[in-house]
Design a protein around this ligand. Structure first.
Ligand SMILES: [Zn+2]
Length: 90
């Protein structure tokens, strides 16, 4: 732990990062966005019930929030499970 910190302390980029908390916050937000993307896609391609390959088979307006552009996507797998997910298209 401390060895790693010592190493990082010698790296110019690390010093820059520690001196600019705003940049760190921006980087954290970017990492969070990147980490969220695969998870977002995964639930559209894998059944949440049995883990088999699945795909989007239907999209409809959200009954309550459809007026705000919110949708509901139905994900159906090979075993016939149909799971609905709220979806807000960007
Ligand atoms: Zn399934």
């Amino acid at each position: 732990m401390s060895d790693i910190l010592k190493l990082l302390d010698k790296a110019p980029i690390w010093k820059t990062l520690t001196q600019t908390p705003k940049q760190i916050a921006e980087l954290e937000a970017r990492v969070a966005a990147l980490e969220a993307k695969p998870r977002e896609a995964e639930h559209l391609h894998t059944c949440g019930q049995c883990g088999q390959p699945a795909s989007v088979t239907a999209v409809r307006d959200h009954p309550t929030f459809g007026v705000f552009g919110k949708k509901i996507r139905t994900i159906t797998c090979q075993a016939g499970h149909a799971i609905e997910y709220d979806w807000k298209p960007e």
